[in-house]
Write a protein that binds this ligand. Sequence first.
Ligand SMILES: [Zn+2]
Ligand SMILES: [Zn+2]
Length: 63
Amino acid sequence: MNTTHCPNFNHNRPNPSVGFCPSCGNVVNDSIAAKDCSEQAHAGARMHRTRFCVDCGEQLIAS
Ligand SMILES: [Zn+2]
Ligand SMILES: [Zn+2]
């Protein structure tokens, strides 16, 4: 069902350095455990216009 291919480069990498895609929030590297992020970390990510947290997959910016 959730197989939409987003254009983010992380999906095409064999070993992405992040666990989650910042554009769609899907897992790109399931060998990286999801983090328990602080609100401060998410606030910083929002300033970089990251839609989804690359550490936990949470949506940061509402569409
Ligand atoms: Zn994606
Ligand atoms: Zn997070």
